[in-house]
Design a protein around this ligand. Structure first.
Ligand code: GTP
Ligand code: MG
Length: 195
């Protein structure tokens, strides 16, 4: 995938702000700090297009990035992030659920899970929810550089088992530090977006 252009478009707080040009959208979901912004930057070869931090993000918006005037990446920040009120969290949950279930332009959800640990209960319920609604899904195990080669393979197997992934379902072992998995993930994205 040759990146000719990539730009931040909008932090959408609701459907009225979603783009109307009909381009395919690839959403990135995963708990706070799992490495969503870092993965976007690595895929786009940009140092700091998507803001990364060691502090969990408090913002609850869909961050749209446009790539090559061909598609959008949609960064869905931090599910399971607790430092907001219950009602705020519920409103956020509804907005995300509606987006994931109803957005016609959505072609693929990339679910990021920290490869160092087994998927959490929240990761599992997210996976099951997306599968239940038949939303095209690719699981990405992040921070692979923090493990040895043996551990990467083993933790990949544990991730498949814990999530109950069917044989052949896509799992990419990824590192934003080294670029491991980047080519595989781009192939999956390009196929899903039909570009
Ligand atoms: P929120 O925006 O808060 O939801 O977090 P995020 O999912 O966007 O995570 P972010 O990309 O900001 O990364 C969180 C922390 O993990 C940062 O300190 C990153 O440098 C680090 N990190 C992310 N990906 C990797 C990786 O592949 N390898 C290593 N070693 N560190 C990573
Ligand atoms: Mg982020």
């Amino acid at each position: 995938m040759k990146i000719k252009s990539s730009e931040f478009i909008i932090s959408a707080v609701g459907p009225k702000q979603y783009p109307v040009d009909g381009l395919p959208e690839i959403a990135l979901a995963g708990r706070s700090n799992v490495g969503k912004s870092s993965l976007i930057n690595r895929l786009l070869l940009r140092r700091n297009l998507a803001r990364t931090s060691s502090q969990p993000g408090k913002t609850q918006q869909l961050n749209y990035y446009k790539i090559n005037d061909e598609m959008y990446f949609v960064d869905v920040p931090g599910y399971g992030y607790a430092k907001v009120s219950k009602s705020e969290r519920e409103a956020w949950g509804r907005m995300i659920e509606n987006y994931l279930r109803q957005r016609e332009e959505l072609k693929l959800v990339i679910q990021l899970i920290d490869l160092r640990h087994p998927p959490t209960a929240l990761d599992i319920s997210m996976y099951e929810w997306l599968s239940h609604y038949g939303i095209p899904l690719c699981v990405v195990g992040t921070k692979a550089d923090k493990l040895s080669r043996n551990q990467v393979a083993k933790h990949g197997r544990i991730m498949r088992e814990t999530l109950g992934m069917p044989k052949g379902a896509p799992l990419v072992l990824f590192s934003s530090e080294t670029g491991e998995g980047r080519d595989d993930l781009w192939r999956i994205i390009a196929h899903a977006a039909d570009i």
